[in-house]
Design a protein around this ligand. Sequence first.
Ligand SMILES: [Zn+2]
Length: 455
Amino acid sequence: MKNHLIIFLTFIVCGYNGYSQDNHNETIIKAEIETAELAEQNAFKNGDCALVLESMEDNITFLANGRRAPSKEIIEKFCKSIPRPFKTPTKSQLHTYPLTPESGYTIKMLEFPIDETTKVEEFVTKIWKKTDGKWKISHLHSTVKEVPITKVTTQKEINDFLKNQPIIDVHIHITKGYADSEDYNALDSDIDLAKIKWMSKRFDDNNIVLALGGGPMKYAKLWQEKDKRHWSGPRFPCNPLREQDEPCDSELPDILELEQLFKNGTFKSLGETSFHSMGIHPADERFDPYWALAEKYQIPIGFHADRGPFKRNMKETPNWNEDYANPLLLLPILEKYPKLKIYLMHYPGSYFKECLEIMKKYDQIYCEITAVSMFAPKDIWEPRVKKLFDEGLGNRLMFGSDYVGTIRKNIEIIYNLDWLTDTQKRAIYYDNASRFLELSESETERHYNLIESKK
Ligand SMILES: [Zn+2]
């Protein structure tokens, strides 16, 4: 048995090498197939149906949109009845793949516009065989489908849209400065200050007038001191194993100090929560005094409401439990503290249904769009955003960036949701967060003036 296998494999390998070494031969075969393809296409275009049929084997398998043509007569009928002249395609690509000296296949892709919003895409796969010195089609499969035309947005278009648009970023991470970061390590000899300066520049460049972010107590204090656009607070809880949370002397901040910081306005947020990544149930009673405090001062709490991120440092999160990112676990907490101002992070993520459920129950719960919209395929997350709007909750969706240096990218993600109206886009960038944070009229006016004065 083994010997047979070796002989068989040797046959395949030698056969393959013998052919692939001969590039010259391959080029000739490719040219032959393409000549036959062109002749057949011209005949089809000109209505020379006899010639079209002649280029097909008698026992051809011919499929149009998955339906098989029963005979060559039917193909002939189709060839004769199709209206001519054909429209000129806006796109036409042909790929030819020789297989052996007597066989190969072609894939043709054509595109025709129907109107401003729809186009037709056609894919034609043909298997070619050479018999008695003549190339003929032994199999043809054509698929035609209508697809929406996706508009290509230019950077200028986005910049024009953003001209008078302040933006609130509800998801940034406050951390120490990293000496190896080439983005900012040349900006200041103190690496922590260098990172703050760099973030401020990102804010300037992207119309960010206010940013909610959590981190270690030390840096949460420092960042808001250096740039008043930061509405800072502690990461909740901080993780002593996670480098991003350094220094994390105790998982939970001193309650008296925290109250003081909320009271005098130094701190204005709480989160992002780390329940899932640290494997702690959100309703653990250790957190009660903090919920009470957040409710009393109406501090916005950023709750991580997704099973991800899926790429993570296992040493930093040995107790990871994605179940604890489920926003429904907040229900018993909300029963005790019904006025908690919570926003759910990473909305179109894996817990989107649970997000909708709890948002319907509590009017003050908002959500933001980050990470999932940047890393997951659009056809997975976009319908979930649409669903949020269909459920009448779209006016609670807020802008965020989460990953350092991705503000612009996230702005574009919102802008490119082409079913949103301009007003809805502006609401995501600013108005919804402004309502959630209960900004005063004078404060919003100041934000618009800030953007105005940039010009
Ligand atoms: Zn998160």
